[in-house]
Design a protein around this ligand. Structure first.
Ligand SMILES: [Zn+2]
Length: 218
């Protein structure tokens, strides 16, 4: 799951407008930001296997720290805690909404990944919907569009804010299609670097998207 993770980011912003959209964009990919870094450091491991599943060529055979249940919960609390430091008002709400946004990543991964999410001992889970692209791809896009719809509905636009929003969402859908139908990544390191750049670029564009919305009453 890549672009579908941003549905909860838009949804979280609709629920708690105090936190900038770009922060939620980092939050929903936080597990993968750390994962990419650990792959580059050689600590977590992935193999590129063309056709591994229809939806992804990544055999994610070792990523217990970022995508194990315990690690994911710790990373969620950690990121929620860091962001909450910057907010005096509604600090508890900020913590829980941001931490939930981070943890939504694990839930969505659980749906599409093959059993590569570590729970305990030999137990790894994953429902494996990536095996069927005709299910997983519409699901990703549905998550994205649903979240964006909530954002459009509950975060008031200024000027052409909604036009910008839907152009952004369409571009994100395009990135997903390129990821699925484009060339398979050359190496785990290349995949990790591309992912980190994509997360940064999309968070930046999310920041611009927020500029075209009304400021929340603080
Ligand atoms: Zn992930």
């Amino acid at each position: 799951m890549f672009i579908g993770h941003y549905g909860p980011a838009f949804g979280a912003k609709a629920a708690l407008r105090r936190v900038p959209l770009w922060v939620y964009f980092i939050a929903v990919q936080w597990l993968d930001v750390i994962w990419s870094s650990l792959v580059l450091l050689g600590i977590e491991k992935v193999r590129i296997v063309p056709g591994f599943t229809e939806g992804s060529a990544l055999d994610l055979y070792f990523m217990p720290y970022t995508h194990g249940l315990i690690g994911a919960l710790i990373l969620s609390a950690l990121f929620g805690g860091i962001i909450a430091i910057f907010f005096r008002a509604q600090r508890t709400a900020v913590f829980f909404v941001v931490a939930a946004a981070v943890f939504s990543h694990w839930i969505l991964d659980l749906v599409v990944h093959m059993p590569d999410l570590w729970i305990w001992g030999d137990l790894k889970v994953g429902f494996g919907l990536w095996r069927w692209l005709w299910i997983s791809l519409p699901l990703e896009l549905l998550s994205l569009f649903l979240g964006a719809w909530f954002y459009a509905r509950y975060v008031p636009a200024r000027g052409r804010g909604n036009l910008w929003l839907w152009l952004f969402v369409a571009a994100m859908a395009g990135v997903e299609l390129y990821g699925v139908f484009g060339p398979t990544p050359a190496s785990p390191q290349a995949e990790a670097q591309t992912a980190l750049m994509a997360y940064g670029a999309l968070a930046f564009l999310a920041g611009l998207t927020d500029l075209s919305r009304a400021k929340p009453a603080l």
